[in-house]
Each structure stands twice: as structure tokens, then as C-alpha cells.
Design a protein. Structure first.
Length: 239
């Protein structure tokens, strides 16, 4: 029997990354990255309960050497990466031209854009051999201008559309597919980074991480000749 397919998830310790890792874990080898080791260990246990194998690889996605080391570790343990789900992301409460800091702007761009490009660049040779998929957890703000999302966040997530389109245009010959996944409001820890954190009532109207994980699973389980270029998923109440 062929070896289980290898999936690498960033932002795997919480929210949509965590839910996606668990949703597709059965029969897969899942490498889990994020900064908080304890969160990744919890997700690893869930992956294993679901019938997958887990590898905890804590890292700061903004650190190129840490990304390269994690990729080397996956390859040496399990071989080529089959698919990636890139969910690590950042926003800053002070996010308008009137109040943003350039330190925050740089951190958002590094996390949401540069780290995604770097991770894809590292795994692309693997994806070419495995006919792999890249699922980029972008944002509704990348699909339709969202005034509250902020300068750096909107710019970084909008750029992910180009990342996915260039991958699809240039790497289709190798069977590589990319999905620009654009969720609307999702009830996760991420909402703490808003200028005003939504309360329980507003959160209850939002998507759950599991709603998005179902979409990720749909993408990853699509037949090899099917490409999901972009997927927008929002709660009925999305503004
Ligand atoms: N929630 C929403 O309404 C919403 C809507 C649209 C899109 N999104 C996007 O969805 C993605 C997932 O967010 P979420 O809502 O699921 O929130 P979340 O639970 O806060 O997930 C974000 C994850 O990214 C990880 N992360 C952040 N910076 C990192 C870094 N430098 N290196 C490695 N990992 C890092 C965090 O883990 P550590 O802190 O442990 O590193 C965390 O697990 C993000 O890209 C976000 O922009 C969110």
C-alpha cells in the first residue's frame, strides 16, 4: 500500500488551521506548525484520535530558517509534502492610516504574505512530484473590499489572490493546484485583534472553524483533475 499522504498545516494550533488539520486527518500524515507548542500538541492528539499521524513542528512562520528546517524535518521523517494548508495569519488592532504603526504593518505583511510565499517556494518541488494542492486561508477582505480589515491586512490578503493565480497559471503542467480560500467572519481567537472585540451575540452569527474546515476538506478531497481556484464562504449575516 502507498504511504499516507503528507499534509503540512500552518496556524495549526487554533481556529481554522486546527479544525482543518483534524477534519482531514484520517489516513494522512499531518505536520502541525505554529508558535505555541502546547496548542500543537493538543491538535496532534486529536489528529491521532482521528486516525492520522501527527508531527509537531513549532515555528515562527516569519523566520525563513525555521520554515526551511521544518520542511527538512518533514521530508526526513515522511518524504515529500503532498499538500499544504497555510492558515497562519495576523492583524493589528491599530490598522488604519490614522493609527497604524509601521512595525505592525511589517509584521502583518511578513506573516500573511511573505511567510506564505516562502512556504510555497520551499514545498513546490515536493508538490510537483506529488501533484499537490496549496490551500491559502486568505480572507473575504481579499475578495471584496472590507473597510474594517485595515491597510496592511487588506493589502496582504489581496496579494494572496495573485499568489494562487500565478501558481495555477505556472504550475498546472506539474499538476499543482492552488485555492484562494476567502472566509468571512469566523468565531476564533483572531477576533481579539480587532479594534473592538465582538461579543457573544455577534460571534454566534459567524461561521465556526469547522464550517471552514469542511470547505478545506472539500478542496483537498477533490479529484486530481479538479481545481478550486477561489472559494468564498461567509455567514449569512456577512456585511
Ligand atoms: N477569524 C476570522 O474572522 C477570519 C476571517 C477571514 C480570514 N481569517 C484568516 O484565517 C486564518 C486563520 O485565522 P483564525 O481565524 O483561525 O484565527 P487563529 O485561531 O488566531 O489562527 C491564527 C493562527 O496563526 C498562527 N500564527 C500567527 N502568527 C504566526 C507566526 N508568526 N508563525 C506561526 N504561526 C502563526 C497562530 O498560532 P500561534 O499564535 O501559536 O503562532 C494561530 O494558530 C488567518 O490567516 C486569518 O487572517 C480569519
Amino acid at each position: 500500500m502507498a504511504d499516507p499522504r503528507v499534509l503540512w498545516v500552518t496556524g495549526a494550533g487554533s481556529g481554522m488551521g486546527r479544525a482543518s488539520a483534524v477534519a482531514v486527518a484520517a489516513g494522512r500524515r499531518v505536520a502541525l506548525s505554529g508558535r505555541r507548542r502546547d496548542r500543537l500538541e493538543e491538535v496532534a492528539a486529536l489528529v491521532e484520535q482521528t486516525g492520522g499521524e501527527a508531527l509537531v513542528l513549532p515555528l515562527d512562520a516569519r523566520d525563513p530558517a525555521a520554515l526551511a528546517d521544518a520542511h527538512d524535518e518533514i521530508r526526513s521523517r515522511w518524504g515529500a509534502v503532498g499538500d499544504v494548508v497555510l492558515s497562519a495569519g495576523l492583524n493589528a488592532p491599530r490598522r488604519t492610516w490614522a493609527d497604524q504603526s509601521m512595525t505592525d504593518v511589517q509584521a502583518v505583511l511578513d506573516t500573511n504574505f511573505s511567510a506564505v510565499v516562502r512556504a510555497v517556494d520551499a514545498v513546490l518541488p515536493d508538490l510537483r512530484t506529488s501533484h499537490g494542492q496549496v490551500v491559502v486561508v486568505s480572507s473575504y477582505a481579499a475578495w471584496r473590499f472590507s473597510p474594517g480589515a485595515g491597510v496592511a491586512y487588506s493589502a496582504s490578503k489581496t496579494a494572496l489572490s495573485a499568489v494562487c493565480q500565478t501558481l495555477n497559471a505556472q504550475e498546472a503542467a506539474h499538476g499543482v493546484r492552488a485555492t484562494h480560500l476567502c472566509p468571512g467572519d469566523v468565531d476564533t481567537e483572531f477576533l481579539r485583534l480587532r479594534p473592538a472585540e465582538p461579543g457573544a451575540e455577534a460571534r454566534a452569527r459567524m461561521l465556526s472553524p469547522d464550517d471552514v474546515a469542511r470547505a478545506v476538506r472539500f478542496v483537498l478531497e477533490s479529484p486530481a483533475h479538479v481545481r478550486i481556484d477561489e472559494l468564498v464562504i461567509s455567514p449569512v449575516s456577512q456585511a
